[in-house]
Ligand binder design. Structure first.
Ligand SMILES: Cc1cc2nc3c(=O)[nH]c(=O)nc-3n(C[C@H](O)[C@H](O)[C@H](O)COP(=O)(O)O)c2cc1C
Length: 365
């Protein structure tokens, strides 16, 4: 199936504008997964036959691989993600206000390097409309995460209310929240990764989380912070110190990078965040550092340049408990999940581990 995608679908998609190709693929998945017969067929083709049970954040995952933020910004294809075998899906980024995002074109592909550059700018219908979609979609069979961003119009000083409002609205429908302070495409957003701004956002979101849990007579939802790969070590350490002192549940590492490979190519001249293969090593190094700095006490979700099982295993042995991809699906297609889960299973056995949890951080020991 991977070859079929590489030989036929990928060249066809490459002829289309990146964002249009993305919208068409998403529409196709939404349509296919709205019918039980097609859902069954998708499962038959794409769902991994092997399981790699993982539990983290008080949630159960059939294996450690899920969908990264940005692919399903509008929560359009919720049923589809489970049908193609993913263990969890992160919707969004969702902001408090509906917004169009940056002018098009704003998403660019470099096929040979398997790299993407995007400056989408949190195009999404806003948390109020997303709630309606989630309500209509009903409960899902895999954990659904939400990526929370700040509305462009909201000043940085009021960011905490923006995040907490979306969290409160989405709370009944979402299993885990990722506080995204690391997108490079909203002016000033990355400043929220530091000092009082971050403290304010975390405190406000935790309060909102507590309130929702009391009102719903249920446990609080896990809260994670998503960081940029362009932070200095000192900046990253101070985020980790704050996350641990505030009782944050985990870190997502990483978002897209502002750096570019040395190669000259028109895609790399575009403004925005770069992801895919050029980000892989930078994100893995960051995971390695976070794991070492926190003594493996703060669970890490590893994301950045995962294209195959080797990349996935590298992230896990560097310290990631769960892993995600975006670019990998664009360049390798929907067969990626099966290839990764089966490949991880093989590598885990070859290393003599009886469960995937034994592999976490093993390259650092
Ligand atoms: C078009 C596009 C949109 C994205 N939107 C978001 C977003 O809204 N929130 C977020 O935290 N990350 C977003 N990301 C970043 C991805 O979730 C991921 O962290 C990054 O692409 C690295 O993973 P990859 O190399 O597998 O693509 C986006 C990435 C792309 C390519």
């Amino acid at each position: 199936m991977g070859r079929l995608f590489r030989w036929f679908s990928r060249p066809l998609l490459a002829l289309q504008d990146s964002e249009k190709a993305h919208s068409r693929s998403l529409l196709l998945l939404r349509l296919a997964s709205s019918n039980p017969l097609f859902r069954g067929m998708l499962r038959l083709i794409y769902k991994p036959k092997k399981q790699l049970q993982t539990s983290c954040f008080g949630l159960q995952f059939s294996h450690p691989f899920g969908l990264a933020a940005g692919m399903d910004k509008r929560a359009e294809a919720l049923r589809g993600w489970e049908s193609v075998g993913l263990a969890f899906a992160e919707i969004g980024g969702v902001t408090m206000l509906e917004q169009e995002g940056n002018p098009k074109p704003r998403m660019f592909r470099h096929g040979r390097d398997r790299a993407l550059v995007n400056r989408m700018g949190f195009n999404n219908p806003g948390s109020e409309k997303i709630v309606q979609r989630l309500h209509k979609a009903g409960s899902q069979s895999i954990p659904i995460w939400a990526n929370l961003g700040k509305s462009k119009r909201t000043p940085l000083d009021e960011a905490k209310d923006d995040y907490a409002t979306s969290l409160t609205r989405l709370w009944p429908f979402i299993d885990l929240f990722v506080i995204n302070v690391s997108s490079p495409n909203t002016p000033g957003l990355r400043e929220l990764q530091h000092g009082d701004h971050l403290k304010g956002i975390l405190t406000e979101c935790q309060q909102a989380n507590r309130l929702c849990s009391e009102q719903n007579n249920a446990s609080e939802k896990p809260l994670l912070i998503k960081v940029a790969p362009d932070l200095t070590t000192e900046e990253l350490n101070s985020i980790l110190d704050m996350a641990m002192s505030c009782g944050i549940d985990g870190i997502v590492a990483t978002n897209t990078t502002l750096q570019r490979p040395n190669e000259i190519h028109k895609v790399y001249n575009e403004q925005g965040g770069c992801s895919g293969v050029p980000l892989r090593q930078q994100s893995t190094e960051m995971i390695r550092h976070i794991y070492a700095y926190t003594n493996g006490t703060l669970p890490i979700v590893g994301v950045g340049g995962i294209m195959n099982a080797d990349d996935a295993y590298e992230k896990i042995t560097a310290g990631a408990t769960l892993i995600q991809a975006y670019a990998g699906f664009v360049f390798e297609g929907p067969g990626l999940t099966k290839a990764i889960v089966h490949g991880l299973h093989k590598r885990m056995k070859a290393s003599g581990f009886s469960s995937i949890s034994e592999a976490i951080g093993s390259a650092n020991k």
